[in-house]
Ligand binder design. Structure first.
Ligand SMILES: C[S@@+](CC[C@H](N)C(=O)[O-])C[C@H]1O[C@@H](n2cnc3c(N)ncnc32)[C@H](O)[C@@H]1O
Length: 291
């Protein structure tokens, strides 16, 4: 009895401590993950910059050297920085992929510095990255293309659902336009369109449509500002972070009998009408028919 009580107590106080720590971190840390990451990198750089001269000149320097730790080598401090940022990222419970970014980023910076590329290369890289990913910090949906097996499965689905009837099909977040261009080629009687928020993928899709003579209409904009009521089929390849919001909009605006199809990411807590598996390398398609 007594032992059980002790265990219970330590478990509760452990949970209490975790809760307090969580509340404390929530209060002092910025909300956005990228700003947390920046804070961690800067804190480590600041710490190392302040501490390193003292360590290099300290009485321990000789002992550290005899252990094979060469304080005058930038590599030693890089290693320390990588360890520090990884520990900090783990301590504030950043998602795993951010911990990998913390690990790889300082090493990549050091390597790129060694290459001594002209500043214009970085400016060019920045502009391309910005044009490709644009407001990903807000939308939480980066660009990555869907698979040909997904386009073929979508075509097959439309054939099954509508045959020769004309459909209005919209890809929300159409990237470089792969899916709409493919569907419009297979089903010229449909009215296919795409909307994309990032300028570079949109420009590529627009140029592709223009040069291939496709009738697909690509709009540069935010799908949240578009009314879905006109569409018969809406395709989305977005991210788990937005599925709940998209579904709310779909339910508010799409007509009864129309379809919302999501590649890879299911709507949480909603049972799909059909799940289609396009192939071993392509993710599942979740089809929701509006009641
Ligand atoms: C995973 S990619 C999918 C691209 C394309 N649908 C395909 O299948 O290849 C998601 C795209 O959605 C775009 N996106 C994210 N949020 C958006 C929004 N609110 N409005 C329009 N496009 C958005 C992103 O810029 C990105 O290009």
């Amino acid at each position: 009895m007594f032992k059980k009580g002790v265990v219970m107590h330590s478990v509760t106080s452990g949970a209490g401590f975790a809760l307090l720590r969580g509340q404390f971190l929530q209060r002092v840390l910025p909300q956005k993950l990228w700003s947390q990451a920046l804070l961690i990198q800067l804190s480590s750089v600041l710490l190392i910059t302040c501490v390193s001269p003292a360590v290099i000149n300290s009485v321990f320097a000789f002992e550290l050297r005899s252990l094979g730790i060469h304080l005058e080598h930038g590599l030693t401090w890089l290693l320390l920085h990588v360890v520090l940022v990884s520990v900090m990222a783990a301590a504030i419970r950043m998602p795993v992929w951010w911990r990998w970014i913390h690990l790889v980023f300082p090493i990549a910076v050091t390597l790129m510095q060694a290459l001594a590329l002209p500043a214009s290369v970085y400016l060019g890289g920045f502009i391309i990255t910005l044009a490709l990913y644009w407001s990903v910090h807000n939308t939480r949906v980066p660009f990555y293309p869907s698979f040909p097996a997904t386009w073929r499965a979508m075509h097959h689905l439309l054939e099954q659902q509508a045959g020769d009837d004309s459909l209005r099909v919209l890809d929300i977040g159409s990237g470089i336009g792969d899916l709409p261009l493919f569907l419009a080629k297979q089903r010229p009687h449909d009215r296919v369109s795409g909307i994309e928020i990032a300028p570079l993928p949109w420009l590529i899709s627009f140029i592709r449509a223009t040069f291939s003579g496709s009738a697909v209409n690509f709009t540069l904009g935010n799908y949240q500002q578009l009314h879905f009521a006109e569409q018969d089929v809406i395709f989305a390849y977005l991210s788990p972070a937005v599925m709940e919001d998209v579904w709310q909009k779909v339910c508010r605006e799409m007509r009864s009998g129309t379809c919302f199809i999501s590649s890879e990411f299911a709507v949480p807590d909603v049972t799909a009408t059909h799940i289609i598996y396009p192939g071993i390398h392509a993710p599942a398609l979740y089809l929701y028919r509006l009641p």
